[in-house]
Design a protein around this ligand. Structure first.
Ligand code: NCD
Length: 338
């Protein structure tokens, strides 16, 4: 890429090791910025709670009391439907409140206020703040100003730990265990932040195989490959989906993050190879046992509409699971449990 993006000057596309995002033992009172903060035990705890909540939330009256009196702020300075709603619905199901800001034009930031000050002020009035911001790394940067737990709702092209949590829960729910599974991650592995976070989670497991398939301009950042290699993941890299003879248990498709790619030449190159990365009905005939995942939204037809109701497509399940997983983590962080 020619244009310089925050973080990219130093070649950073994922969070580098940092003691503020080291693995955590107990979630209570903690900010959640990176997938790096989760151990296998932590992931297990969140997933167990999410499963438990699935049963308990059927009785909404019982669940409704749990976060009564708690307020969560959602500050979304990039477009969002799923992530903001999953936080807000999770809070509301548990009896808590939410306040939201989704347009910087109506925020004090338009008067020149720094993101640090906004986070300090909003965290001082509430019990937690979810922040989505276009600048890579900004959520960690403003962390010292948060006086309550801060949650990363997506920071530029770096990470999206909450999407990865619902992906992880969905895989577990679908297959019963993650050790030994094989994955193909395709699309925009460079700017797509959800795969960056998911790679950390997969790297914690044994016997994982991962194929990475992306056009040359959208290849996975080196740090993501390092994370997978450190986790002893068996890796293969492909430039065309058609070159794959075995895609494994799951194909995880991502949208080209065109909002982050300004260079028209690169955009045109990517558009030209889009058919090589499109999942069609022919794909499901070729790989009838492979489940199809996508963090959504589907941006430019990378999965054809006809597959929306195919039994192998589990992307709406991923989305449906978001409220449960988020509710579980909010309970653990804000209250320490049920
Ligand atoms: C993702 C994101 O915002 O990174 N969306 C989401 O939160 N589910 C994926 C995307 O926008 O492509």
């Amino acid at each position: 890429m020619n244009e310089s993006r925050p973080g990219q000057e130093k070649g950073i596309l994922l969070y580098p090791p940092d003691e503020r995002i080291a693995p955590i033992e107990r979630f209570q009172g903690q900010s959640i910025i990176s997938a790096r903060q989760f151990t296998l035990g932590g992931l297990q705890e969140v997933c167990n709670w999410a499963k438990e909540l699935k049963g308990r939330l059927k009785n909404r009256w019982n669940a409704a009391e749990r976060l009564r009196g708690y307020t969560l702020a959602t500050l979304f300075y990039e477009p969002s439907t799923r992530t903001r709603f999953m936080f807000e619905v999770a809070m509301q199901i548990l009896g808590g409140n939410t306040v939201t800001e989704t347009d910087v034009r109506f925020s004090s930031r338009i008067k020149g206020e720094s993101l640090e000050h906004t986070v300090r002020v909003v965290s001082g009035m509430t019990d937690g703040v979810v922040l989505r911001d276009p600048k890579a790394g900004s959520v960690l940067e403003v962390l010292p100003y948060a006086v309550k737990p801060l949650f990363n709702g997506g920071d530029g092209d770096r990470e999206h730990p909450f999407q990865a949590l619902k992906d992880y829960y969905t895989i577990l729910d679908e297959f019963g265990q993650i050790d030994g599974r094989s994955f193909t991650l395709i699309g925009d592995l460079r700017f797509g932040r959800t795969v960056h976070s998911l790679a950390y989670f997969l790297s914690l497991h044994k016997g994982i195989r991962v194929n990475l398939g992306a056009p040359p301009d959208l290849q996975a950042p080196e740090e993501m490959i390092d994370v997978l290699k450190r986790g002893q993941v068996e890796l293969q890299t492909y430039c065309r989906l058609g070159d794959l003879t075995d895609v494994g248990d799951i194909i995880y498709v991502t949208r080209v993050q065109s909002e982050r790619i300004k260079d028209p030449t690169i955009k045109a190159k990517i558009e030209a190879v889009a058919p090589d990365f499109t999942i069609t009905e022919a794909f499901t005939e070729r790989f009838p046992h492979t489940k199809i995942m996508h963090p959504l939204p589907i941006g430019s037809g990378e999965i054809v509409k006809e597959l929306d109701s195919h039994p192998n497509s589990i992307y709406f399940k991923q989305s449906d699971n978001g409220v449960l997983v988020t509710a579980a983590l909010l309970l653990l962080v804000l209250k320490g449990g049920w």
